[in-house]
Design a protein around this ligand. Structure first.
Ligand code: CP3
Length: 363
């Protein structure tokens, strides 16, 4: 059950892996690929080890976290592992009573809507998430040359769950606080930014090779509101990791109008959903110098529509090749889906996509 014999283990260290090099815009022998939600219900071996164990409990058991994280690496040969956890793990560890309900997502017992509510959300200290430290150390040892991606939720997306009390289509209560009580909004996001930064620092110290900041639901905002109410808090998180020595990926869904701003928030790699072609996305993201107009750009990650995986193979192949071609417009490309693997996905198609990406991009 270890990665001892794998090719990755004998190859270069994770910090100089094909995935990390692509994140830095360095030359690579082929385009690296991993999938958001690669560990999860699409895999029978996942359903088997999760049977009878609640999601949050599974996240707190380092042996189980390590096993689930390794499953898609063994099965698909992806170029990176992503830590099995959830964006609400650190807020639960910081004092918020919540659960992750199957088929629904995070549900918060008492939503955070007032200044008194905010007091229930404590700053996070490393001992609160010692099980994450332990899981990452275990995994860094087992994975050898395969990089491990750490992650956290960005302040807006976390705030949305806390304020709504659960998943929301309109984010109405979240926006009501943002527009109606801007001081409370900024206090909540500042608290969440501190928790997220601490959570990512724990993962970096324990040995992750990259981090991804998920602002999954930021696409519900206009660029002006994003810049005013969200960007400073996400920039605090990403800026706090600028000396950490690991690439930072910044991802959201439906963010075509936000790609320039999300790049400015401090990402090394901008994640893109399937709605925006990668060449168009690359043109929207400025270089790290911040000097426009859209000079050398930054590496991008994405962006095959997860639903394409339900199509006949020739269609999948055509779409994978299109994404690879469009990705060449950026100084680096990490192949991924435009959002997470859907539970109904045939895992054999994912394995074939990994092989195709490697073969079709080989240089
Ligand atoms: O493989 C990976 O990508 C790592 C694991 C991972 C999970 N959650 C495991 C999980 C990651 C990166 C996340 C992040 C996450 N969680 C996000 C950001 C990414 C995104 O999808 O935009 C968000 C918004 C959440 C909140 C959340 N947690 C949702 C929306 C759900 C799905 C609800 C459902 O059951 O459909 C969860 C639960 C969850 N997180 C599952 C997994 C594998 C499914 C629960 C289960 O298997 O019982």
């Amino acid at each position: 059950t270890t990665m001892e014999g794998s090719a990755a283990h004998r190859e270069q260290p994770a910090a100089d892996s094909v995935f990390v090099r692509a994140c830095r815009g360095l030359p690579v022998p082929y385009t690296p690929v991993w999938f958001m939600r690669q560990a999860g219900r699409s895999l029978p071996e996942y359903r088997k080890v999760r049977a009878g164990i609640a999601m949050l409990e599974a996240c707190r058991r380092p042996d189980l976290v390590a096993e689930i994280t390794l499953q898609p690496v063994r099965r698909h040969g992806v170029d990176a592992a992503i830590l099995f956890s959830d964006i609400v793990v650190p807020v639960a560890a910081a004092g918020i009573d919540l659960d992750i309900e199957p088929g629904t997502g995070p549900v918060v017992a008492e939503p955070v809507r007032t200044e008194a509510d905010l007091a229930r959300l404590r700053p996070l200290t490393p001992p609160d998430v010692s099980y994450v430290d332990e899981a990452v150390r275990l995994l860094a040892g087992e994975l050898g040359g395969t990089p491990l991606i750490g992650f956290a939720g960005a302040p807006f997306t976390l705030a949305s769950y806390l304020v709504e009390g659960g998943p929301s289509r309109t984010h109405a209560k979240t926006k009501a606080m943002m527009y109606g009580q801007p001081e409370l909004w900024h206090a909540l996001c500042a608290r969440l930014a501190g928790i997220t930064l601490e959570f990512l620092r724990v993962q970096v110290a324990a040995g992750v090779s990259a981090v991804q900041l998920f602002d999954s639901w930021a696409g519900t905002l206009s660029e002006a509101d994003y810049r005013r109410f969200v960007l400073p808090h996400s920039a605090h998180v990403l800026g706090g990791l600028s000396g950490a020595g690991v690439p930072r990926i910044h991802f959201g869904v439906g963010t075509a109008q936000l790609l320039t701003a999300m790049g400015e928030a401090g990402a090394d790699v901008v994640g893109v959903d399937w709605r925006t072609p990668l060449d168009a996305a690359a043109a929207l993201v400025d270089g790290p110098s911040g000097r426009g107009p859209h000079g050398s750009g930054r590496p991008v990650q994405g962006n095959l529509d997860p639903c394409v995986l339900f199509a006949p193979w020739p269609v999948v192949e055509r779409e994978v090749r299109r994404v690879l071609a469009e990705g060449r417009a950026a100084p680096g490309h990490v192949f991924n889906l435009g959002h997470g693997v859907l539970p109904e996905t045939d895992p054999e198609v994912l394995t074939r996509v990994v092989a195709l990406v490697h073969e079709a991009s080989a240089r």
